[in-house]
Design a protein around this ligand. Structure first.
Ligand SMILES: CC(C)(COP(=O)(O)OP(=O)(O)OC[C@H]1O[C@@H](n2cnc3c(N)ncnc32)[C@H](O)[C@@H]1OP(=O)(O)O)[C@@H](O)C(=O)NCCC(=O)NCCS
Length: 141
């Protein structure tokens, strides 16, 4: 199944970005709405994955301080390289902007996904929105 990836700002993608995150984080993972909508989106660069019909199937973002987050793919599209494609494009963009490092908070089940790209975990496991996480970082330079 084919999909396309798009870098965009919040204003351009808000309704479709909200739809995917609402479905994955708020409904599927039970993240409280007040944590999901943290007020940072307008300042972030966003990545949107669309299917052949132009419907949103995945998204991610990077904050001004180089934290990748809100990485998600709809269940029926998982394990088809959508997430890997989104992360690759965010890293290409970060390198083009000469960011020295990117970091993220990984849900524990997603550690192998990020390790594939060279991310290394550090620190202790912590809870965020009731879900265990580990901090990870990747040096770009
Ligand atoms: C994590 C997530 C974004 C991965 O997206 P995806 O499109 O399914 O991932 P990809 O198909 O690009 O996977 C690339 C590789 O990462 C690894 N990987 C992906 N998901 C994995 C998982 N759940 N467990 C272990 N390895 C995984 C695999 O090596 C995979 O390659 P393979 O399919 O050839 O084995 C997706 O599972 C998701 O949206 N989960 C729910 C939301 C979430 O938990 N987000 C992470 C927040 S930190």
């Amino acid at each position: 199944m084919s999909f396309t990836l798009h870098l965009l700002d919040w204003r351009e993608g808000e309704s479709r970005l909200r739809a995917v995150r609402e479905s994955v984080f708020i409904q599927e993972q039970q993240v409280p709405e007040e944590l999901e909508w943290d007020g940072l989106d307008a300042a972030c660069r966003h990545l949107l994955a669309l299917n052949a019909q132009g419907e949103a199937i995945g998204c991610a973002r990077i904050t001004p301080d180089a934290q990748i987050g809100r990485m998600c793919v709809l269940p029926q599209w998982r394990r088809q390289r959508v997430g890997a494609g989104m992360l690759q494009l965010l890293l290409t963009d970060a390198r083009a902007r000469r960011l020295p490092e990117v970091h993220l908070h990984a849900q524990l089940h997603a550690l192998p996904f990020y390790r594939n790209f060279g991310f290394v975990e550090y620190g202790e496991t912590f809870m965020d929105a009731g879900i265990p996480h580990l901090a990870m970082r990747l040096l770009l330079s």
